[in-house]
Design a protein around this ligand. Structure first.
Ligand SMILES: Cc1ncc(COP(=O)(O)O)c(C=O)c1O
Length: 437
């Protein structure tokens, strides 16, 4: 007989982190999922502030006091989540002017924010400079020129860290963004000339280096090796050019299990390695950063959807949900090469051991809108709630929610006082918004 969800090697840890160990029903922040669904409707994202706080505390403890932790807003541009992470002690890095405004609304000071991402337009650079952005993570020489022009116009010298495309790939990561020809960052062999060119520049201050080479890295020692490579390059370039590189952003992308069989990222090992690296190369005026999205937010989020109907086809059971790919694309396999079932449970059946295979999909008219094929779950009936676990990152904002015009889901924060609505549910008439005949 299969184990109940709470004892399953993949579902168990995800449920435990949400505080569900023995009960039959999923509860979030101590509130039964059925209660949240009845009060706020479905489909529904629920974020647990307690889990967010606990994640920040665990990462900061592992990295030690010299490393500043930044929240990568792109992973979940929720005002409530970003505010909660700020209050827990995370800074923030943004990837658009929109995210910059969100971080400001969440209480960050512009001077503490960092702005990365290829394709920053002159208008964006001017606007971010005018808002008093702390540091640009520059992706090219032309971008530094544009930053210098904006700084000159604004009458304020602006800090820049060069995003570096190191020759080494980030081994062990699922999606790599460096170590090869890339639109991300400046190739390592071009950095020294850039440092010489912008040394003592009147409008930009070269503050240091930044690297971000891949996401879903499950190999802690590979992450430390990559960070070490950045530090070694910095030392060599400081020696060769005489430009001090005080700020070193070691990147992010710590892996978090989203699918059955995913490995576990060894945070303690990563922390030990990074702390040793920092201790060996620390000095007055140096700042160290790690920037994380998914690792902080994914475990704190759950996507709840209700079964609209069930049926048999070709001898197999199907359940159709009121939510799907348009809200939780990663859970439906978008962006993954090999489609696997997400960590999905029957919200009221955590202790059930009588399971039957069911294929689950959403309301979109595409076969891509499917969470799982023949997944073993307690029998589902119309009205039942299912929950995708570890859904707190790259959820709604990563999903094609304009496709087919279903309303966007509501979002609720728990674990921060009584459950509260932090994003209102969309309306079917939203399809008309901003359109003229
Ligand atoms: C520059 C940069 N920093 C941080 C992140 C966050 O990565 P993750 O959510 O995997 O930690 C990303 C993700 O694409 C990124 O591009």
């Amino acid at each position: 007989m299969p184990p109940p969800a709470t004892d399953d090697p993949d579902l168990g840890p995800a449920l435990q982190e949400l505080g569900c160990r023995a009960g039959a029903e999923l509860a979030l922040g101590g509130v039964p999922a059925s209660e949240l669904a009845a009060r706020f409707g479905t489909p529904l994202y629920v974020f647990d502030a307690g889990v967010l706080r606990q994640r920040v505390a665990a990462v900061r403890a592992a990295l030690g006091p010299r490393v500043e932790l930044l929240w990568s807003v792109k992973a979940n541009p929720s005002l409530a989540v970003t505010r909660c992470l700020r209050l827990a002690g995370a800074g923030a890095e943004v990837a658009s002017l929109g995210e910059l405004h969100l971080a400001l609304a969440a209480g960050h000071a512009a001077g503490d924010l960092r702005f990365a991402g290829p394709g920053k337009t002159e208008a964006e650079i001017h606007a971010a400079t005018a808002l008093g952005l702390g540091c640009f993570h520059a992706e090219s020489e032309a971008e530094i020129d544009a930053i210098a022009a904006a700084a000159r116009a604004g009458g304020r010298r602006t800090a820049v860290a060069i995003r570096t495309n190191l020759p080494d790939e980030l081994a062990g990561s699922r999606l790599r963004m460096g170590g090869r020809s890339s639109r991300f960052g400046v190739d390592a062999d071009q950095v020294p000339d850039l440092l010489r060119r912008f040394a003592d520049h009147a409008d930009v201050h070269l503050a240091g280096l930044h690297v971000y080479a891949g996401t879903q890295c499950f190999d802690a020692s590979a992450f430390v090796r990559h960070a070490t490579s950045l530090v070694e390059h910095a030392l060599r370039w400081e020696r060769d050019t005489g430009v001090p590189l005080d700020e070193l952003d070691l990147g992010g992308g710590f892996g978090i299990g989203l699918y059955a069989g995913d490995p576990t990222f060894d945070l303690a090992a990563a922390g030990q390695g990074i702390q040793a690296l920092v201790a060996a190369h620390d000095r007055p005026g140096r700042r160290w950063f790690v920037e994380l999205g998914r690792y902080l937010a994914a475990p704190a989020g759950v996507y709840l959807a209700r079964v609209v109907g069930t049926k048999r086809s070709g001898g197999e059971r199907h359940a159709v949900l009121d939510g799907g790919l348009h809200h939780a694309a990663a859970a439906a396999g978008m962006g993954t090469v090999l489609k696997r079932a997400p960590l999905l449970v029957h919200a009221a059946g955590l202790q059930a051991t009588a399971l039957e295979p069911v294929t689950l999909g959403g309301p979109l008219c595409t076969p891509a809108d499917q969470f799982a094929e023949r997944l073993a779950l307690p029998p589902l009936a119309p009205g039942d709630l299912v929950a995708v676990l570890r859904a707190g990152a790259y959820g709604l904002s990563f999903s094609p929610h304009g496709f087919l015009g279903h309303p966007t889901p509501a979002e609720v924060l728990v674990g921060d006082g009584p459950p509260r609505l932090v994003r209102r549910r969309g309306d079917p008439r939203d399809v008309l918004r901003d359109q003229t005949p």
